[in-house]
Write a protein that binds this ligand. Structure first.
Ligand SMILES: Cc1cc2nc3c(=O)[nH]c(=O)nc-3n(C[C@H](O)[C@H](O)[C@H](O)COP(=O)(O)O)c2cc1C
Length: 390
């Protein structure tokens, strides 16, 4: 049996990823912000929710698929944008997109990815592709990227709005992990002691395209992951308002999704500004350590805008039952970030596919326990007590 086949759940994939990746890169992926409270709370909030069992309900014919933006997806989840997939595996973004396309689920490319919109389009033409943007103060730069996604026919633009204050990820400083890498002793020793990663990932970049860069950035902002000296830093868009979302709405011809919603008010503002979808997200506990767990805030968001837009949830999904709980509280689908990243670090496309299969099998088993045959049959009635939607 291969190492991947020995990974029976997402936590096993995480363990293998930890062995394979340099510590700085693993912790960048794995940890949260500041004290890691919101990271822990994301898991604890799912774990607090208990479900009724309902047997002898003939679930022999079942369908885990659903419809998002008028088109079927085979499983009610998709891949969240993660800027670092290309550090998990050579062209990790392409590997993730291939795994998503094979599973019939959408994939989101982060604007900070190491593989470009054009390369992903060419490599995986049949994937349902969404492009994520962190808006910069340089609006022309934003629109250069968004125009490329538009002209390539990508299905959705995902605008992440929690970006402006920056991140309190102290472990990155401690590990000497930054982007571009600042060649310091800690980071150098870390990489040198992970020759497998250097061989599998870095060597391939060096042999093919040279040092990886943020491949989607306009040329004036592109810089190599090691030599950052020539870099002109794009500024986070601190003066951004909902007006700028309206502008994206006018410009973007297909689905517009606003990510980082954590209250009914912000959800209403997003829909009023023209969003077709929102992602209830605390960035997987990586942004604001006092943020509420997304599953805890989901009911009030769904109550506020559930009939006006597609509500998506992410942050903390590690088990198939987590997905079932989110669907029960009104999410139309969820996104997974770390789960498929760990998988990608373990085996590229095959590893990402393993993560998807694990979540899908667990979800299917949960369907069996709660007696559901389709996503449509899942609702707040499945909670055993303290229905969180009330
Ligand atoms: C390593 C890593 C990088 C990420 N990069 C981005 C990004 O570039 N843009 C973005 O909107 N979200 C980013 N996210 C957040 C994810 O899109 C998603 O909200 C989060 O991972 C969900 O939580 P989970 O990891 O518990 O599934 C990143 C997450 C991780 C783990």
């Amino acid at each position: 049996m291969t190492e991947l086949e020995h990974c029976y759940n997402i936590f096993d994939l995480r363990e293998v990823a930890q062995r394979r990746l340099p510590k700085g890169i693993f912790e960048y992926v794995d940890k949260g912000t500041e004290d890691g409270i919101s990271l822990e709370e994301n898991r604890a909030a799912f774990q607090r929710l208990k479900l009724h069992t309902r047997f002898l309900n003939d679930w022999s014919k079942r369908d885990l698929g659903t419809e998002i933006f008028g088109q079927r997806i085979n499983l009610p989840f998709g891949i969240a944008p993660t800027g670092s997939a290309g550090l998990m595996w050579y062209q990790g973004e392409v590997e993730l997109a291939r795994a998503a396309a094979a599973a019939g689920i959408p994939v989101t490319l982060a604007m900070g990815a190491l593989t470009s919109l054009e390369e992903v389009t060419k490599a995986v033409p049949d994937a349902r592709k969404w492009f994520q943007l962190y808006p910069w103060e340089d609006e022309a730069g934003n629109y250069e990227m968004v125009t490329r996604a538009r002209d390539l026919g990508w299905e959705a633009l995902v605008v992440t709005i929690d970006h402006a204050p920056g991140r309190g990820r102290e472990h990155n400083e401690r590990n000497g992990f930054s982007f571009p890498f600042k060649p310091n002793m800690t980071a150098a020793v870390d990489m040198a002691t992970h020759p497998g990663w250097l061989w599998r990932v870095m060597r391939k970049y060096l042999m093919n395209e040279g040092m990886p860069t943020n491949a989607n950035y306009p040329d004036r902002y592109r810089f190599s992951v090691i030599d950052g000296k020539t870099r002109v830093s794009p500024k986070r868009f601190q003066a951004m308002t909902w007006e700028h979302i309206r502008k994206f709405r006018e410009f973007w011809p297909r689905k517009l999704i606003v990510k980082s919603i954590l209250s009914a008010d912000q959800a209403r503002a997003a829909v009023d500004a023209g969003a077709d979808g929102i992602v209830v997200s605390n960035h997987g506990g990586r942004a604001f350590d006092s943020a509420i767990a997304t599953i805890d805030v989901l009911p009030e968001v769904v109550e506020a805008v559930g009939d006006r837009c597609t509500v998506i949830l992410d942050s903390g999904i590690r088990r198939g039952s987590d997905i079932v709980k989110a669907l029960a509280l009104g999410a139309k689908m969820v996104l997974v970030g770390r789960a498929t990243l760990y998988g990608t670090a373990c085996g590229g496309q095959a590893g990402a596919a393993r993560a998807i299969k694990i979540l899908s099998d667990e979800m299917e088993r949960s369907f069996g326990y709660i007696g559901a045959r389709s996503v449509a049959e899942i609702g707040p009635h499945i909670f055993a007590r303290n229905n969180p939607a009330q």
